[in-house]
Design a protein around this ligand. Sequence first.
Ligand SMILES: *Cc1c(COP(=O)(O)O)cnc(C)c1O
Length: 237
Amino acid sequence: MSIAKNIVVVREKINAVARRANRNSDEITLIAVSKTFPAESIREAYASGLRIFGESRVQEFISKLESLKDLPNAEWHMIGHLQTNKAAKAAELFHAVDSLDSLRLAEKLNSAAEELGKKLPVSIEINVGGESAKTGIAPDSQELENILRAAPILAHLEIRGLMTVPPFTEDPEGARPFFRKLRGLRDQIAARYLPKISMDVLSMGMSHDFEVAIEEGSTCVRVGTAIFGKRNYLSED
Ligand SMILES: *Cc1c(COP(=O)(O)O)cnc(C)c1O
């Protein structure tokens, strides 16, 4: 299967599940997760109409970006764990950071964005399954509370919503309770902080579970394997 054909299949699935769930597929953003794949693969996906790409390592992205600068309106999202010492570089190169996972990182990104004279969209990554091997903030943690309370002084960040990677289960249905939990958390935060903090983005759903995620209200699916094929895990973070 070619990348172009894969994208058609993914789009058809998004449209079909949106229809079944009585949702408008226009409100569901498709992020093509291009980590570990070369610039040519991104170019191919771009040629098929995709504009938003997710990368998980700053260094890897820098090496690809050089040959992708000619793509108008391409939007780059950081979706992986970001070390604070790479925050400034990330704020410069990415259009958005979807994996904000500490107040300290928020402060670093905010200062960097201020220096660059830009406003950086971010989503807060939540570890819904409470897995110790995963990044993301615990749903009921003081850290999450601290970020939300600090939002007014983090004037160069635009908090847009929440992101999660649920525990992996063979059956995508296994992810449903976690997607539901993220949506519930989003609703709680929105009830307390709107309009000061916007909670429009619910970034959940990957190649094997994006249909379940859309049924549960996802506004943004991050799809890698189903578009680009299997990754070489050796080169992954
Ligand atoms: C790799 C990755 C994805 C894409 O996963 P696939 O299963 O290949 O679709 C989505 N989100 C995050 C945060 C990732 O690291």
